[in-house]
Write a protein that binds this ligand. Structure first.
Ligand SMILES: CC(C)(COP(=O)(O)OP(=O)(O)OC[C@H]1O[C@@H](n2cnc3c(N)ncnc32)[C@H](O)[C@@H]1OP(=O)(O)O)[C@@H](O)C(=O)NCCC(=O)NCCS
Length: 397
């Protein structure tokens, strides 16, 4: 802070407000927060990636908003930036007891940041409070209400809980890369490419709606999910492709795998997360796992919320199909020199499949990084229980 800026205002000052960034401010923020998040990218590459990500199906045409907490008495581009973040508009489903499944708009919040020179003064907290209020009705057709918003905390559970985003199940398992399986890529599984995803995402969405509508009603429980649609998934793929191209000279082409097995059809969509150092490790992250039985009905075994799934739902045919799927992921991880395969919030059935591959596998409960957090926005009172299903990596941003 230079002396000409004077001392910064109190975080409670009425002059402070949450407003949208100008393009110039956005680039300044990227240059600053890139120090935290650029991973293997140079500052210029990082800015390039963020610009690229702002032009995707999910984000173009107002799908992303870039926010700052600033002093509204000052001019744009000259005003101080006390804190910043982004919100991504996502399609979501909400099922209230005794009601039909309802389409809703949700937001994923990311890149919550405070310039080191302004930290510890309550600006990020004030920003999140303002953002919560702003997103209540933001960008909603006909002034509708937002039902819920999500974020993934890398700073534990306390800060965001205090600002209204409560932690949800945040666990994962990992499997090592391995190409030694006796799998035949012609008969045991198919690799999925970008052009295969639209249809699979549509099928997944249909099945998710059906699974929610036929779910046993639990009084006082509202069931929510972000829709694993192509826009959401392809944004994550645009990210891996940009980083792959810049740092390895090639973009990952294989986006997942599909297994036809006695139990039915199983598929997963993944994304490669490249890191800066060997210690941090490159991760092949499973974004979404879907299972359907022979009749094409969805199996409620992989809806990404193991806590809500009956432990008995581990039919051997399903487990066998999922095992092949996980092995296909391990094989892809080996081919691209990834350090591990990571599966968030595995269902009992996925866990059973992983346990056959590695009998010593254990579920890691994250308490610091990537804590899935959700805030309820409806004006009606907050439900007693919110069940966030399909809480898998595709919801991350
Ligand atoms: C996290 C961050 C946004 C906080 O900004 P800030 O303006 O200093 O935060 P505030 O002053 O509003 O809030 C401070 C509160 O957050 C807590 N907090 C701040 N940084 C924290 C961290 N890294 N881990 C855990 N808690 C943290 C403080 O302990 C304090 O809590 P208290 O009020 O109960 O004492 C800022 O440190 C930052 O930009 N960090 C680097 C990027 C990052 O990690 N962002 C979060 C991604 S999920």
């Amino acid at each position: 802070m230079t002396s000409s800026e004077g001392s910064p205002p109190s975080s409670k000052s009425p002059d402070l407000a949450l407003v949208e960034q100008t393009p110039e401010e956005r680039e300044r923020i990227w240059r600053l927060n890139g120090e935290s998040w650029s991973g293997p990218l140079s500052p210029d590459q990082y800015v390039g990636r963020e610009k690229h990500l702002s032009r995707q199906l999910l984000t173009k045409n107002g799908g992303v908003n870039y926010w700052i907490l600033t002093d509204t008495t000052k001019l744009p581009n000259e005003r101080p930036i006390f804190s910043s973040c982004e919100s991504y508009k996502k399609r979501a489903l909400v099922k209230r007891p005794d009601r039909d499944v309802m389409d809703s708009i949700s937001y994923s919040i990311g890149s919550v940041f405070c310039d080191p020179k302004y930290r510890g003064r309550g600006y990020a907290r004030r920003m999140m409070g303002e953002l919560g209020k702003k997103l209540d009705h933001w960008n909603q057709l006909g002034g509708q209400e937002t039902s819920f918003t999500v974020l993934y905390s890398d700073i534990g559970k306390i800060f965001y809980t205090k600002t209204g985003w409560e932690p949800f199940e945040s666990s994962h398992i990992t499997l090592p890369p391995n190409q030694e399986f006796n799998l035949n890529p012609m008969t045991d599984f198919e690799l999925l490419y970008a052009s295969d995803l639209e249809l699979l995402c549509q099928t997944d969405e249909r099945k998710l709606r059906k699974a929610m509508s036929t779910r046993e009603p639990e009084s006082d429980t509202v069931v929510v999910a972000l829709i694993p649609d192509l826009a959401t998934i392809s944004w994550l793929h645009a990210r891996e492709e940009y980083v792959g191209l810049e740092t390895r000279g090639r973009a990952p082409k294989v986006k997942g795998a599909l297994v036809h097995s006695d139990g039915g059809r199983f598929w997963c969509i993944w994304s490669h997360f490249f890191s800066k150092t060997a210690e941090e490790g490159n991760v092949l992250s499973i974004l979404r796992i879907v299972a359907e039985d022979e009749g094409g009905e969805v199996l409620a075994v992989t809806d990404g919320n193991s806590a809500a799934m009956p432990a008995t739902n581990t039919d051997p045919a399903n487990v066998s199909g999922l095992k092949k799927l996980l092995q296909a992921a391990q094989s892809e991880a080996a081919k691209l020199a990834m350090n591990e395969v990571q599966i968030w919030n595995p269902s009992h059935c996925v866990l059973a499949a992983a346990t056959i591959i590695n009998p010593h596998i254990h579920v890691i409960q994250r308490d610091q990084d990537s804590i899935a957090s959700l805030r309820w926005h409806g004006s009606k009172s907050k439900p007693d229980t919110i069940s966030w299903i399909a809480n898998e990596k595709y919801s991350w941003c």
